[in-house]
Design a protein around this ligand. Structure first.
Ligand code: NAD
Ligand code: IPM
Ligand code: MN
Length: 365
C-alpha cells in the first residue's frame, strides 16, 4: 500500500462543508487504488485568526509544507473584512502560494454535456467548451513592490500597487503553458495588456521568444479586454490561455460561468518541487455558508487534480471524475447548477451521491 500525507485546510464559510465531502471522496477513490492517506486538518484564514490571531499559523504552514499535497477549501468572510491588511484571512492564501512557490495555477474550464443547460450562454455557444487557463500565481500586481497607502505632497491619501514581472517569472509560467498546450489541442493564447502596460510588453516579448522551442504549439496573443469579450462571444476558440496573476483571477471566474457555475471549477497550483496546493476557484460564499447549499464538485474535482498532478495517481483521479459525471447523469444538482427536471440536493447529499458512484463503478468492473 502506498501512503500519502494530505494537509486539509478547510478555511472559512463553505470551505469546511466542501472539504469534509471531498475528503471522503478522495479517501474512497484512493483506497480502491490501494492508496492510504493520513489527513492532517489545520486552520487557515478567518478560522485561524479566531483561534490564534494570525491568518496562517506556523504549524499550519509546516503541516502544508511537509505534506505530499494540500487540499484547501476557501478563505474569507464578512466578519474579518475590516481587519487591517496583515490580519485579513486572505493573507493566508498569499503566504501559502508565495512560500510554497506554487507559481503555476491550472484552472480547467469545460462544459460538461450534462450541464449545458446550466450555462448562461446559448447551447450552441457553450457546448463543447474545453479550455485550460494557466494563471501566474506568485507575481504580478499581487506581490509587486512598491505598494501601499500613503499621504502625497498635497496631503492627500494615495493607494498604489505595482505590476511587476521579472523575465524568469514570465519564462517559467510560459513554459508550463506551452507544455500544457502541447498535451491538449496545441493552441496557446497569451493574454496581456501590452498596448498599455510595460510589464505586459515584456510578457509578450518573452512568451514570443519561447515559441520557437515549441514549434508544435500555435501561439497567439490577445489583449485582456478583448479576451473577456471573446470568452463570451465564442469560448470554443480557446484551448490553453496563459496570463498574469490578476487577469487570470478575473478571466477564470468569467470562464466558470460558461460551464454553469463557479461551484464547478477546480484548480491546481504547482511549483518546481514540494507539495502542490489544490483548491476550488470559488471563495467562501458567506451568503450561503452553513446552509448545506454549496456545490462541492469544484472541491471534489480539485481532489482529482490532487491525485493526478500532485501524486501522479491518474487512475484514482479518473475514478473521481467518472463518479462526478455519473452523479450528474443521475440528475443530482445543487442549486447553482439546477435546471427543471433534475433532483435538487444539498452539499452533503451531493457528496454522498458521488461517494456512491465511486463505489458502484467498482462493483461494475
Ligand atoms: P465567492 O466565490 O465566495 O462567491 C461568489 C458567489 O458565488 C456567491 O453568490 C456564492 O454563493 C457563489 N458560490 C461560490 N462558490 C459556490 C459553490 N461552491 N456553490 C454554490 N455557489 C457558490 O466570492 P465573493 O463573494 O466575492 O467572496 C467571498 C469571500 O471569499 C471573500 O472574503 C473573498 O476574499 C473570499 N475568496 C476566497 C477565495 C479562496 O479562498 N481561494 C476565492 C475567492 C474569494
Ligand atoms: C482566488 C481568489 C483569491 C485571489 C483572493 C481570495 C485573494 O479570488 O483564488 O481566485 O485573488 O487569488
Ligand atoms: Mn478569484
Amino acid at each position: 500500500k502506498k501512503r500519502f500525507n494530505i494537509a486539509l485546510l478547510p478555511g472559512d464559510g463553505i470551505g469546511p462543508e466542501v472539504i469534509s465531502v471531498a475528503k471522503n471522496v478522495l479517501q474512497q477513490a484512493g483506497s480502491l487504488e490501494g492508496l492510504e492517506f493520513d489527513f492532517q486538518e489545520m486552520p487557515v484564514g478567518g478560522a485561524a485568526l479566531d483561534l490564534v490571531g494570525v491568518p496562517l499559523p506556523e504549524e499550519s504552514f509546516k503541516a502544508a509544507k511537509e505534506s505530499d499535497a494540500i487540499l484547501l477549501g476557501a478563505i474569507g468572510g464578512y466578519k474579518w473584512d475590516n481587519n487591517e491588511k496583515h490580519l485579513r484571512p486572505e493573507m493566508a492564501l498569499f503566504y501559502l502560494r508565495r512560500d510554497l512557490k506554487v507559481f503555476a495555477n491550472l484552472r480547467p474550464a469545460s462544459v460538461l454535456p450534462q450541464l449545458v443547460d446550466a450555462s448562461t450562454l446559448k447551447r450552441e455557444v457553450a457546448e463543447g467548451v474545453d479550455m485550460m487557463i494557466v494563471r501566474e500565481l506568485t507575481g504580478g500586481i499581487y506581490f509587486g513592490e512598491p505598494r501601499g497607502i500613503k499621504i502625497n505632497e498635497n496631503g492627500e491619501e494615495v493607494g498604489f500597487n505595482t505590476e511587476f514581472y521579472a523575465a524568469h517569472e514570465i519564462d517559467r509560467i510560459a513554459r508550463v503553458a506551452f507544455e500544457t498546450a502541447r498535451k491538449r489541442r496545441g493552441k496557446l493564447c497569451s493574454v496581456d495588456k501590452a498596448n498599455v502596460l510595460d510589464a505586459s510588453i515584456l510578457w509578450r516579448k518573452r512568451v514570443t521568444a519561447l515559441a520557437s522551442e515549441y514549434p508544435d504549439v500555435e501561439l497567439s496573443h490577445m489583449y485582456v479586454d478583448n479576451a473577456a469579450m471573446q470568452l463570451i462571444r465564442d469560448p470554443k476558440q480557446f484551448d490553453t490561455i496563459v496570463t498574469n496573476n490578476i487577469f487570470g483571477d478575473i478571466l477564470s471566474d468569467e470562464a466558470s460561468m460558461i460551464t454553469g457555475s463557479i461551484g464547478m471549477l477546480p484548480s491546481a497550483s504547482l511549483g518546481v518541487s514540494g507539495p502542490g496546493l489544490f483548491e476550488p476557484i470559488h471563495g467562501s460564499a458567506p451568503d450561503i455558508a452553513g446552509q448545506d447549499k454549496a456545490n462541492p464538485l469544484a472541491t471534489i474535482l480539485s481532489a482529482a487534480m490532487l491525485l493526478k498532478y500532485g501524486l501522479g495517481e491518474e487512475k484514482a483521479a479518473k475514478r473521481i471524475e467518472d463518479a462526478v459525471l455519473d452523479t450528474l447523469n443521475k440528475g443530482f444538482r445543487t442549486g447553482d447548477i439546477y435546471s427543471p427536471g433534475n433532483k435538487l440536493v444539498g452539499c452533503k447529499e451531493m457528496g454522498a451521491e458521488v461517494l456512491k458512484s465511486v463505489d458502484s463503478k467498482v462493483a461494475a468492473t
